[in-house]
Design a protein around this ligand. Structure first.
Ligand code: KIV
Ligand code: ZN
Length: 499
């Protein structure tokens, strides 16, 4: 009989902390529903005291999902716990995730405190949270760099105080897999009452070891893992849900099961990447565009003879359906709906009609329509509520001539025009835009990505613009990369003009 591993997804909390990945409440509900369908056990829905947006999202996610436990993060502070309790009021199953830093550097520099006082604060927070909910998870922040003997004391005390789950984060992604596994084993062997709580891993990927550390933790006794879709998260990210799930599915000798419906992994990955405007690196394990692409002749020959020669996972097991209907200008609404649905996007009839119209226009310009193209189209009305909209863009450029551009904007219903020349078409277009919106804006980052391979491809542009000491993130997508760049710049501007 295999053991059961609980999957705690923190895409909507640790993942959403990434600059530029913020979702609105409607998008968070969409992700939460996809996580429920994927089969995660716990959804960490936010940090309610941190902002009214987070508070509201925890409320709405609690209403929207049924089966998974909804978890809210707090510091070891009564006010945080009170706010989390309020935010969780509609959750069918609820958990408070409270905690405090336990490494010497956190104790000294963050709290200006001492080891004894930290234990007292940890115990008080757990006891306080237990007054409101039966399920309380305690995190020992920076446990990865906390001395094991002291960590065991903290964990023993919080379990005695009523913690049902004890989280051992490698907050800085510092541990080696052997070291992290040994830490979990030390707790299993030295904490009185450890059998009364579930040990959880929470590994960051700063040195590229998050997945290895998590698996080492599981092998040594952890029975919950904290993960995100596509491994997104602070800095280099968190452990990727898809990697842990497929490692356990591939390595039967570990003898541990999860509740994950692996065929929903790929659609969920695409959905999160698209909503968060966070491209998945092509060589990302399990969900990257190249994860199952065999390009060398020798590999192709082997795979054609027998898939097992070079593939350890059947792509269909993670929801990559290579026989899926090819979408062209002759595809009907039903085919588009089917593809969107398999990518985790379910649209109302009205929205589907609009996306279909855009799809036909794109299909006229472009031979192959890829999944990313239609995901962009499905999110293409992001600008509907924008105060500033692009009305037209005209650019002339070439070799040996200076590029010139004219731009027309609609700002809250009023029309404005600007023209400028520049070092290239994007430079000219952005200068023309700045003639209309005359503010001190600095372009900090600018990336252009073609969605697939052809010269007729949709280009995606991500931008960061600094204004008034803050950095704003924008996104644009168009078959014309100059237009995509201007859209991305306008998207940034809309973020601060609405403030
Ligand atoms: O990385 C970390 O330590 C965390 C805790 C707040 C759980 O995210
Ligand atoms: Zn974290």
């Amino acid at each position: 009989m295999s053991d059961r591993l609980f999957i705690f997804d923190t895409t909507l909390r640790d993942g959403e902390q990434v600059p530029g990945c913020q979702l609105n409440t409607v998008e968070k509900i969409q992700v939460a529903r996809a996580l429920e369908a994927l089969g995660v056990d716990v959804i960490e829905a936010g940090f309610p005291v941190s902002s009214p947006g987070d508070f509201n999202s925890v409320i709405e996610i609690s209403k929207a999902v049924t089966w998974p436990t909804i978890c809210a993060l707090t510091r070891a502070v009564e006010k945080d716990i009170d706010v989390a309790v309020e935010a969780l009021k509609y959750a069918k199953r609820k958990r408070i995730h409270t905690g405090i830093g336990t490494s010497d550097s956190h104790i000294k520099y963050k709290f200006n405190s001492n080891r004894e006082e930290i234990i007292e604060r940890a115990v008080a927070a757990v006891k306080y949270a237990r007054r409101f909910v039966d399920d309380v998870e305690f995190y020992a922040e920076d446990a990865g760099r906390t001395d094991n003997e002291y960590l065991a004391k903290v964990i023993e005390a919080v379990i005695k105080a009523g913690a049902t789950v004890v989280n051992i984060p490698d907050t800085t992604g510092y541990c080696l897999p052997s070291e992290y596994g040994a830490k979990i084993k030390y707790l299993v062997d030295h904490v009185d009452g450890i059998d009364k709580a579930i040990i959880s891993t929470h590994c960051h990927n700063d040195l590229g070891m998050a997945t290895a550390n998590t698996i080492s933790g599981v092998i040594n006794g952890a029975r919950q893992v904290e993960v995100t879709i596509n491994g997104i998260g602070e800095r280099a990210g968190n452990t990727a849900l898809e990697e842990i799930t497929m490692i356990l599915k591939s390595h039967h000798e570990i003898n541990i099961d999860t509740n994950i419906n692996t065929q929903k992994i790929y659609p969920t990955s695409r959905m999160v990447s698209s909503l968060m405007n966070m491209p998945v690196q092509p060589n990302k394990a399990i969900v990257g565009r190249n994860a199952f692409a065999h390009s060398s002749g020798i590999h192709q020959d082997g795979v054609l003879k027998n898939m097992q020669t070079y593939e350890i996972i059947n792509p269909r097991d993670v929801g990559i359906d290579d026989n899926s209907i090819v979408l062209t200008a002759r595809s009907g609404r039903a085919a588009l709906k089917h593809r969107l649905s398999s990518l985790g996007v379910d649209l109302t009839q009205e929205k589907l009609d609009k996306v279909y119209e855009e799809f036909l226009k794109l299909a006229d310009r472009k031979k192959d329509i890829h999944d990313d193209d239609i995901l962009v189209l499905a999110g293409a009305d992001r600008s509907v509520n924008h105060r500033i909209k692009l009305e037209y863009l005209q650019v002339t450029s070439g070799v040996g001539v200076r590029a010139v551009a004219s731009v027309g904007l609609n700002i809250a219903g009023e029309k404005f025009e600007g023209a400028a020349s520049g070092n290239g078409p994007v430079d000219a277009a952005i200068k023309a835009l700045k003639k209309i919106i005359d503010r001190k804006m600095i372009l900090k980052e600018f990336t252009i990505q073609a969605i697939s391979k052809g010269s007729d491809d949709v280009g995606k542009v991500h931008m960061q613009v600094e204004y008034d000491g803050n950095v704003y993130y924008g996104f644009g997508a168009n078959t014309d990369i100059v237009a995509a760049s201007v859209e991305a710049y306008i998207d940034c501007i809309n973020k601060f003009v609405t403030k």
